[in-house]
Design a binder for this molecule. Structure first.
Ligand SMILES: *[C@@H]1O[C@H](CO)[C@@H](O)[C@H](O)[C@H]1NC(C)=O
Ligand SMILES: *[C@@H]1O[C@H](CO)[C@@H](O)[C@H](O)[C@H]1NC(C)=O
Ligand SMILES: *[C@@H]1O[C@H](CO)[C@@H](O)[C@H](O)[C@H]1NC(C)=O
Ligand SMILES: *[C@@H]1O[C@H](CO)[C@@H](O)[C@H](O)[C@H]1NC(C)=O
Ligand SMILES: *[C@@H]1O[C@H](CO)[C@@H](O)[C@H](O)[C@H]1NC(C)=O
Ligand SMILES: *[C@@H]1O[C@H](CO)[C@@H](O)[C@H](O)[C@H]1NC(C)=O
Ligand SMILES: *[C@@H]1O[C@H](CO)[C@@H](O)[C@H](O)[C@H]1NC(C)=O
Ligand SMILES: *[C@@H]1O[C@H](CO)[C@@H](O)[C@H](O)[C@H]1NC(C)=O
Ligand SMILES: *[C@@H]1O[C@H](CO)[C@@H](O)[C@H](O)[C@H]1NC(C)=O
Length: 467
């Protein structure tokens, strides 16, 4: 009795962001871990050898029928490796980038914590990076580090991800992909390789334990919708994450124990699972409110992921869930700041492609970056394709610093038109960012490699100009 009271107190203290309700807390805690399990399954399904290296995991350029994968953006080629550090530490060899291309190397745990990240502007020469987890002693890691002259990076979890992003323009995506293909990940302990498909089969077995089926992984657009919107499926992933993703800190371990009975009941009692699933919409409201903790909310309708908590969540589980919810595996603010706007502040409703909008960046007030910036449109809230790129006849999904032929106003400002039909002025057409006719949309503004000026940067309001 006394023991459990003390434990209760401990949770209160450890959890700045608790809702005090074990069902809500369990979901908030476990959401990133569930996203991780899904991500891992997608990767191992598409690239059965990726446990042993990197997989380029984004089609190079989307087209207007691009619906099979939610596209993070159209500016960078992505690659990812998910490494099991329980078997062996890894030596990640990063190639030099000497042509000025912007490349980010991001070391990240399943919860979105980033023990280390750097880009090719700061470190153009590449180099060797040793990553190790809890099953390797600090002494052994140090010895390897010296042996390979590598920067040593410690993970609290045996699952480690290395995410790579290389900027490209319209003409050089293949070159960017080739660069990412030259990264190497070497197992340092011999004989620790696993057979092809073993990791895939392990996760498939774990899925069965929770009644998850393969379509729930969400490889196709409709399946993806289900895997993020269906609360029952969402719970199953969260529970699987709770069970199979190692906690990151001592406080996490204690917290997870508290959820064991939620998992046990939900696994054994279908009625209980439905009951907690019915609570998900309310929990999602809490998580959405948590976006306040990941950065600035501007009166112009934009929010930013500029808080130092991003990528270093500690016990701020609500912020961690908020990032997993809006931008799982988004970069920490040292590497990229993401601005997002979903609701038009002038109407209080989602931006709507039945109307025309304009946004003007005044002279010298483009996003301050040394990497790149871009503004990308996605279908918006309430749309069946929420989160997907907006297909369009000119195959333009974003406007940014590499968009050819932009026309600036005579005072040096840049006006972008967001409309479903092609604007009827030369500058309007040149700076046109198409949105879906009579479809809602939302906008992301990415600032990669932000400079110090990002602290003072506020994205301009997207203004309704006509019905
Ligand atoms: C990765 O390994 C391949 C094959 O051994 C080699 O050609 C390539 O240069 C290596 N990459 C780096 C960055 O060292
Ligand atoms: C070890 O790596 C550092 C930078 O990563 C480099 O400056 C140094 O020359 C390397 N030493 C050897 C012996 O290769
Ligand atoms: C695209 O990038 C390549 C290599 O980074 C560069 O040589 C080329 O000039 C760029 N093209 C445009 C249109 O910016
Ligand atoms: C959620 O998924 C479950 C299992 O696949 C299915 O039985 C249920 O009908 C789905 N619920 C909704 C609201 O789509
Ligand atoms: C790893 O664990 C230590 C000790 O609990 C903690 O201080 C650190 O923040 C953890 N790192 C991450 C990335 O969670
Ligand atoms: C299953 O869960 C429901 C809803 O919480 C509960 O009323 C019922 O008693 C549970 N059944 C068992 C066998 O525990
Ligand atoms: C978009 O605006 C039009 C015209 O005002 C309206 O008829 C339509 O319902 C709106 N669409 C959505 C999805 O809100
Ligand atoms: C050009 O577009 C504007 C804004 O959509 C509209 O008000 C105007 O009538 C159009 N002019 C012509 C000639 O189509
Ligand atoms: C726009 O979409 C709404 C549903 O969101 C529909 O009721 C309306 O008829 C549509 N308007 C046009 C012009 O297609």
């Amino acid at each position: 009795m006394l023991g459990s009271t003390l434990l209760g107190l401990l949770f209160q203290v450890a959890l700045g962001q608790t809702t005090g309700d074990s069902v809500s807390d369990a979901f908030i805690y476990a959401l990133p871990a569930g996203e991780f399990m899904k991500t891992k399954m997608r990767l191992y399904y598409k690239y059965p050898d990726s446990y042993n290296g990197f997989a380029i995991n984004q089609p190079l350029m989307p087209d207007e029928t691009f619906t099979a994968v939610v596209a993070p953006n159209v500016d960078t080629v992505y690659a990812a490796g998910i490494f099991d550090l329980a078997a062996s530490p890894r030596l990640i060899t990063v190639p030099p980038v000497l042509d000025g291309r912007y490349v980010v190397t991001d070391f990240v745990d399943p919860y979105g914590n980033a023990p280390f990240a750097f880009n090719s502007i700061d470190i153009p020469q590449g180099g060797d990076y040793l990553i190790y987890g809890p099953s390797t002693s600090e002494k052994d890691a140090t010895t390897f580090g010296v042996q390979y002259n590598a920067t040593v990076i410690k993970f609290n979890t045996s699952d480690a991800m290395v995410l790579l992003r290389a900027r490209h323009n319209a003409t050089d995506p293949q070159q960017a992909a080739a660069l990412l293909s030259s990264y190497n990940a070497t197992r340092l302990l011999p004989g620790t390789d696993v057979p092809r498909l073993q990791r895939f089969n392990e996760i498939a077995t774990q899925m069965t334990e929770f009644g998850l089926e393969f379509p729930d992984v969400g490889l196709l657009a409709t399946q993806y919708e289900n895997s993020i919107r269906n609360a029952t499926i969402g719970w199953k992933w969260a529970m699987m994450g709770l069970k199979y993703v190692e906690p990151s800190t001592v406080a996490d371990t204690e917290y997870v124990q508290k959820f064991q009975n939620v998992i046990d009941q939900a696994q054994n009692n279908a009625t209980y699972l439905l009951e907690i699933a019915s609570r998900v919409p309310a929990i999602v409201q809490t998580i959405s409110a948590g976006t306040r903790q990941i950065g600035t909310l501007f009166s112009t309708g934009w929010s930013a992921t500029n808080s130092p908590v991003v990528g270093k969540f500690g016990d701020n589980y609500l912020a961690r869930a908020a990032v997993a919810f809006v931008l799982y595996l988004g970069l920490a603010p040292s590497q990229a700041v993401y601005f997002q706007t979903t609701i038009d502040p002038s109407t209080g409703k989602a931006y709507n492609g039945s109307h025309n909008y304009e946004v003007t960046f005044v002279s010298n007030q483009l996003p301050p970056v040394e990497g790149f910036w871009s503004m990308t449109v996605y279908y918006g809230v309430g749309d069946d394709s929420y989160g997907y790129l907006v297909g369009n006849p000119i195959e333009r999904f974003s406007i940014g610093d590499r968009t050819p032929g932009l026309i600036y106003n005579s005072d040096g400002s840049l006006t972008v038109t967001l409309s479903a039909t092609r604007p009827n002025t030369t500058a309007g057409a040149a700076n046109w960012l198409p949105v879906g006719a009579n479809r809602t949309f939302e906008v992301f503004l990415r600032a990669y490699g932000p400079t110090a000026g990002i602290a003072d940067f506020a994205p301009p309001q997207i203004k309704l100009i006509s019905k």
